[in-house]
Design a protein around this ligand. Sequence first.
Ligand code: 13P
Length: 335
Amino acid sequence: MSELNSIVLKILSNGKGILAADESTATMTKRLDSVNVQSTPENRLSFRQTLFSSSSMSSCIGGVILYDETIKQKIPDGKNIPELIQSANSIPGIKVDTGAKILANSPNEKITEGLDGLRDRLKEYYKLGARFTKWRGVYNITKDYPSKLSIHSNAHALARYSALVQECNMVPIVEPEVLMDGNHSAQDCLTKTSEVIKKCFEELILHKVDLTGVILKPNMILAGAESSNKISGSEVAKMTIECLKSSVPTEVPGIAFLSGGQTEIEATENLNLINIENKTEFIMSYSYGRALQQSALKYWSKDIKDIEGTQKVFNHRAKMNSLAAQGKWSKDLED
Ligand code: 13P
């Protein structure tokens, strides 16, 4: 087994998943504004430190994706954040793209940037303790989109990023997020997501990326958020597996879904159904941001000194998702 493959398995085996805590300062400010907490470096650190020192970290969270600010922060006892994560037997990761910008010649679409200088930044993050990374490409569905141009250019960037990350002995998370905004059908989501993922792997193979040392982070197959034709959880599971079976090479060891705007319970329930339905060799787990943090953030905002209470809320969500990653969740466990 290669070193990269063993990192993937350590992150995703036995019902473990990923905590995506890599919100940029701008996004974290929006999240904190929504619960009336001032977005200062201290408050951002305090919330994240509360999560990273929770007891569920060692049983449910195999890896944490950090933002540049957080990976360099120290907690009051002098430990830095990667050390805190490692002390829970979890692996620190880092978001390395620099965001999605307007795609030239297709101004309604985005291209993710961050390749310039990436090799040197990766070396620095490795020294700080990161062993995996994230890069998110983003696509929207309309009659005309995603265009071939956006599918091709984002796949190319994801492949160049992945090759550089593996060169630095880290595991790349390949995240092509097809957004749920819009009124498209689930069938449209299936068709477009399959096309996007296939193109990503075509480029990854061209760039000689070792697929056994990659984590795919896709969206689930859902009808658009504004669609009146929503589908059931078991249809979500069936269509999501159909999409992944047809577009992901079998060498890929692990898939970790984003939550993408689903509620906490939806994200857990759909993941559970996917695992009940899953007959493939792929590990199917979670790399959730909002669906792991929303309730905890709300609770914390009422009294940011109530660390124990906040951790209890977070531990519950982490435990529910860990059960879902094994197909062992049921709704009555939520009460
Ligand atoms: P959500 O689970 O909130 O969609 O965030 C996951 C993520 O990392 C998006 O890039």
